[in-house]
Design a protein around this ligand. Structure first.
Ligand code: CUA
Length: 329
């Protein structure tokens, strides 16, 4: 775009510095421009016909308004030519929109054969990503640039929806069924991930990022993540996991009550449970609360924590427990 126009458009807010426009976020995937073209086509088509129809309506209402008895229409019932025109043109447009949308939908639904496989799990209220080929899990989606990525998604509880506006990618994530989306990006960057299906109290906090890395950085990230925690102080590793695994979305470590109980200073104390019994917070209670949280819920809280059974390695469980132990009141 000519820079004079670009500057004017930037000032008017029609184009944003990150490459987005007044209507749309930046186009960060290979399918984004096609999706936007379809959108703009339908949008401007609608604007055009809105203006034409409203103008014609206003003109006829004024020009042929009823002024005296001799203005009554003289029995005209229809006009075959006109009716064909206003049936055939919209039908052609409708067909064009359908074909355009349908081919786009097929493109979005069929991942290329050489795509990188990533499994996505949605649960109240966090995303996790696992890389079956590398045996790595992460709470951010990290991908290499210039390679198609196929996401096979499922939910551990209710319906969520995986949404990356910059990629024009959005698909429901369902319990007991896999859904698939794919995308390919051309350059490194960071993009927001939202949950686009209302899924309970913390729906609006069910956020994460896609980080697109250069190939070498991606390989480095994979290797580092695979060996995470090795040679690391368990408390420090636990603190890192506390954020990575999304614990901090519901639990604070400064005594503030959120969805779940604050975790500082709880170790060694006795807490009341919702079934009327009480329990001393020790290693076993913490482990049990990670694996099967609903079994022993602290009074004043709802049994909404997702089970982490099968999601955490033993060394990760140990590190999280060590971290919680280290938190003082
Ligand atoms: Cu998950 Cu909304």
């Amino acid at each position: 775009m000519n820079s004079v126009y670009l500057q004017a458009a930037l000032r008017a807010g029609l184009v944003r510095n990150d490459g987005g426009t007044f209507w749309m976020p930046p186009q960060a995937s290979t399918v984004a421009s096609g999706v936007d073209e379809t959108f703009y086509f339908i949008y401007y088509l609608s604007v055009f016909f809105f203006i034409v129809i409203v103008a014609a309506m206003a003109f006829f209402a004024l020009r042929y308004r009823f002024r005296s008895e001799k203005d009554r229409t003289s029995g005209v019932t229809h006009h075959t030519g006109l009716e064909i025109v206003w049936s055939v043109i919209p039908s052609i447009l409708l067909l064009a929109i359908f074909l355009w949308g349908f081919t786009g939908f097929v493109d979005l639904s069929v991942p290329p054969g050489d795509a990188l496989n990533v499994r996505v799990t949605g649960q109240k209220w966090l995303w996790s990503f696992s890389y079956p080929d590398a045996g790595v899990t992460s709470n951010e989606l990290v991908v290499p640039e210039g390679r198609a990525v196929k996401l096979t998604m499922s939910s551990r509880d209710v319906i969520h929806s995986f949404y990356v506006p910059d990629f024009r990618v959005k698909r429901d994530v369902l319990p007991n069924r896999y859904t698939v989306v794919w995308f390919k990006t051309e350059k490194p960057g960071e993009h927001h991930v939202f949950c686009a299906e209302y899924c309970g109290t913390n729906h609006s906090r069910m956020l994460t990022k896609v980080r697109v890395l250069a190939r070498a950085d991606y390989d480095k990230w994979l290797a580092e993540t695979a060996s995470a925690g090795e040679g690391m102080d368990p408390v420090a590793f636990g603190e890192q996991l506390f954020t990575q695994k999304g614990c901090n979305a519901c639990h604070t470590v400064d005594g503030t009550k959120r969805i779940g109980p604050p975790l500082n200073g709880i170790f060694g104390h006795t807490v009341g449970l919702i079934d009327g019994t009480s329990v001393t917070v020790d290693d076993n209670y913490l482990r049990q609360s990670l694996m099967d949280p609903a079994s022993q819920v602290v009074q004043g809280f709802a049994p909404v924590m997702p089970p982490f059974k099968g999601q955490l390695k033993d060394k990760e469980v140990d590190a999280l427990i060590d971290y919680i132990k280290s938190l003082k009141e």
